[in-house]
Design a protein around this ligand. Structure first.
Ligand SMILES: Cc1cc2nc3c(=O)[nH]c(=O)nc-3n(C[C@H](O)[C@H](O)[C@H](O)COP(=O)(O)OP(=O)(O)OC[C@H]3O[C@@H](n4cnc5c(N)ncnc54)[C@H](O)[C@@H]3O)c2cc1C
Length: 423
């Protein structure tokens, strides 16, 4: 990683409009967007995949608006060849229940606006973000073991790295993940909950083409979802009860490959190779506010939801784009990007989108888990309606892909002035 080292013998503070804490995908996207939109920005964070014992084996299905965002930021040309388009989603009821919901397919050509999105391995995405970040003149990247807010003053915030580098900024973008220390320092309380489920994520190869189609097997313990990758390869998110997941995490590669093949019922031909797997206990989190005390929450610092319907990082990118838009407007007009008014505008802009997605994903997940017959009947009826009524299906697809309202400019068309390189 080509980041500056956070060690500073002179202890001179760096002054900035904004400091982003956390160099995960949401933090890097926020840092690039802030810098490219005219804010003097510092991003402090740890190396991606710094802990070899816990590699990030996930991929991200980037929805159309996130791809547009990356294109506008000059990141997409570094991702395009490594990403696979997603043009269809097939939902299969594999619950084995008496009351079976109909299988249903969604096709992006029904919307006529191109693929639903593109799927990319997280390490490729973060690599592309990091490479782009290095070319943004107003952005400085500092690598650190850890950074923390040490003081929130009336008109600025002090952030300090574990190695002793201080940054004074008017706005902090807290992109330090679900256990965000910056969120705590700003005094933002959270509500969190756990699901009795664990997701396992890995990538695998198969003999039959996926046809750019994602397959969601709805099972009683949670979904088993494949998403296309380039070539005859797919990513897998397999949700199970924690004790079953724990046993599956311990079996050998060959046995795990066989388990995947069983669950696929031959859909992608033979499963020929499986990459490393990692597990993620499912949980949810919502903050009492999306911004307070000069700190705005971005990515999983602002919302944690189960990996169903590819919403998590897509929400995180919408946080990043919205924050950059608000901060850039303030800085350009000579106003304070961390003022209470600016923070409250950010809170209002993000609240509806995040809360509706959190509730929708929660309901979708619980509807699979619940055994109650009326709930299963309702779910089946809903899917029947979607299958038969094309306008309803199109509405559901549009809603799944992006919010209809308040889409940040950086996610629309080609906004002037935000492009870092010419793609
Ligand atoms: C199995 C699975 C599949 C998923 N699939 C999808 C999908 O298809 N589409 C989608 O949109 N979302 C998906 N998600 C969600 C998505 O992975 C997350 O939303 C995303 O990774 C969160 O990114 P982030 O940058 O907010 O957080 P993180 O990736 O957790 O990054 C936080 C960063 O902050 C750093 N940090 C923490 N504390 C400090 C500190 N004190 N100082 C400095 N740095 C610090 C960490 O080291 C880390 O680099 C999936 C999630 C799971 C579990």
């Amino acid at each position: 990683m080509m980041m500056e080292n956070g060690t500073n013998n002179t202890k001179t503070a760096i002054a900035a409009d904004a400091v982003v804490v956390g160099a995960g995908p949401a933090g890097l996207a926020a840092a690039i967007a802030l810098g490219a939109s005219g804010c003097k920005t510092v991003c402090v964070g740890q190396k991606f995949n710094a802990d070899p014992a816990r590699p990030d084996t996930r991929t991200t299905a980037l929805l159309q608006t996130s791809v547009l965002f990356l294109r506008n930021l000059g990141v997409w040309h570094r991702c395009a060849e490594k990403a696979a388009p997603l043009t269809a989603i097939r939902m299969i009821d594999d619950t084995g229940r008496l009351l079976r919901a109909p299988d249903i397919e969604f096709h992006s050509d029904e919307l006529g606006t191109g693929p639903f999105g593109h799927n990319i391995i997280n390490s490729d995405l973060v690599g592309a973000l990091l490479e782009t970040a290095q070319s943004v003149p107003l952005l400085r990247l500092i690598e650190t073991r850890s950074a923390a807010i040490t003081r929130i003053a009336a008109d600025h915030v002090h952030v300090e790295t574990a190695e002793g580098q201080r940054i004074d900024a008017r706005l902090v973008a807290a992109a330090d993940g679900r256990n965000s220390g910056c969120r705590d320092a700003a005094g933002i309380a959270t509500k969190s909950w756990a699901y009795e489920q664990t997701a396992m994520a890995c990538n695998f190869e198969h003999t039959e083409p996926h046809g750019s189609c994602s397959n969601e097997f709805h099972r009683m313990a949670g979904p088993f979802t494949t998403v296309p990758l380039p070539g005859n390869a797919s990513s897998l998110v397999w949700v199970e009860r924690p004790d079953t997941a724990s046993s599956l995490m311990q079996i050998g590669d060959e046995e795990f490959r066989e388990r995947i093949a069983e669950r696929l019922h031959g859909l992608l031909g033979q499963v020929t190779g499986v990459g490393p797997r990692a597990s993620f206990p499912l949980s949810g989190l919502t903050p009492a506010a999306f911004a307070r005390n000069r700190v705005s929450l971005v990515g999983e610092a602002a919302h944690v939801i189960p990996p169903i319907g590819a919403q998590g990082l897509n929400l995180g990118f919408r946080d990043a784009a919205t924050l950059a838009e608000h901060a850039s407007r303030a800085v350009t007009a000579g106003r304070d990007p961390g003022s209470d008014a600016a923070l409250s505008a950010y809170h209002n802009a993000r609240r509806g989108d995040v809360l509706t997605r959190t509730i929708a994903v929660d309901l979708l997940n619980r509807s699979l888990l619940a055994d109650a017959v009326p709930l299963q009947a309702l779910r089946g009826a809903g899917l029947h309606l979607l299958k038969r009524i094309a306008p309803l299906r199109r509405l559901a697809m549009r809603q799944g892909v992006a919010p209809a309202l308040n889409l940040p400019e950086l996610m629309q068309g080609q906004p002037a002035g935000a492009s870092v390189s010419g793609n």
